[in-house]
Design a protein around this ligand. Sequence first.
Ligand SMILES: *[C@@H]1O[C@H](CO)[C@@H](O)[C@H](O)[C@H]1NC(C)=O
Ligand SMILES: *[C@@H]1O[C@H](CO)[C@@H](O)[C@H](O)[C@H]1NC(C)=O
Ligand SMILES: *[C@@H]1O[C@H](CO)[C@@H](O)[C@H](O)[C@H]1NC(C)=O
Length: 429
Amino acid sequence: MGFLKRSWRSLLKLSLALGSLGMLSLLSFQKEKWDPTYIISYSWLAYTDSDSIPETVCNCSAILQGEREALEQAKLLSVTRDFRKSIHIPDEYYINATMDCSEFRFKRKYLTIPLSQEEEDFPLAYSIVVHHKVQNFERLLRAIYAPHNIYCVHVDKKSEPTVFSSIMAITSCFPNVFMASHPVSVVYAAWPRVQADLNCMADLYNASTKWKYFLNLCGQDFPLKTNLEIVRVLRSLKGMNSLESEKMPDAKKWRVTNSHKIVDGRIQGTGKAKDPPPFNLPILSGNAYMVVSRGYIRSVLEDKRVLALIDWAKDTYSPDEFLWATIQRIPGVPGSSWPNTKFDMSDMNAIARLVKWEWHEGSEGIQDAVYPKCQGQHVRSICVYGAGDLNWMLQQHHLFANKFDTDTDPIAVYCLEKYLRQKVLAGLL
Ligand SMILES: *[C@@H]1O[C@H](CO)[C@@H](O)[C@H](O)[C@H]1NC(C)=O
Ligand SMILES: *[C@@H]1O[C@H](CO)[C@@H](O)[C@H](O)[C@H]1NC(C)=O
Ligand SMILES: *[C@@H]1O[C@H](CO)[C@@H](O)[C@H](O)[C@H]1NC(C)=O
């Protein structure tokens, strides 16, 4: 089997090298029958300007280098209604196109064989929480997809029926991508957001014993690195986790000292004070996103202290912004750090997620400025990236960035995915 996979890869490399000469047929070693998707050419795998999609009018290399003229053109396009309309992939497309899965994987240029032994030996588990914007989700899945990783997709129970059915249709085309077995109705800043990730964690933990690291995403995240780069960064962590985990600011303490409940789909205070956390665990502050070892997930699912903490956290406000950060500092949890403040880690130092908050933006050298101004637009004080953010973004060490929106700034996603795919293919040559 190992030999056959190696042969597969050398044939793929050969086909990439010869790609410009035209189509090169590859015989299948993994399936009984000839499969038309095995006709591989360089242009099949690369996102090229001959792809008949409207975004190709942009010059992505100029955009990535931050050239003003190209950025201005991209900005102009992004606010042009007809352009935005022309790039929108409707949910119905996915339902229709996934009726023939091999055609779908082929047309959408999914990479369906492991591209290196190194990646294959280091499988990853992803939890992806989605509630709308199917196209955004599918572009994300395509960017992170590898046949040896596994993916659990949690679609909010309240989502539009077409969102649910098109995402289900997409997942049905991949043996290693599945829907969460117990979907919940997510309420902003309340417990069910955590429950969605917990349900996927349990499914992923149970589905395979092989994966080494767990990463959680939402439908509006996008990777800044290729799968191989992600694997190398994770290996260099040597079992440690990477996520924001800091002293909780006084202004946020009410979130965990008062009890809350969900009324008509919204969280509100009950006016009652909460007991202190179990085992007097120190509560730390962080965000919803983490890069953690399999052992951390085992602790989340089985450690009695964590289970007590989870139970205690169910009536707090925005539990996703302290739970993972707190577990990260519990002694004995694999990959954790000691609770001493010397081990505090900010979102900028952790690699899990790059987010631009409006109040931290500003020029270098200005007090309180953490990053340059958002080049897209703000939604609830978070930057939805524009093409002009890419140059800065790709210099950061984070594995993923949040947020992207293919409806409001399609060029940012287009140039990013094209850049990553080129890097993947260049690495094979
Ligand atoms: C795109 O921009 C790059 C970098 O400025 C430039 O070298 C290249 O010629 C441009 N391509 C097109 C088709 O304009
Ligand atoms: C559905 O897919 C078929 C075959 O791919 C195509 O011919 C047809 O036009 C599609 N229908 C819609 C409504 O997209
Ligand atoms: C794991 O899977 C087995 C069988 O597939 C099932 O019986 C069990 O309940 C699952 N456990 C969890 C925690 O989901």
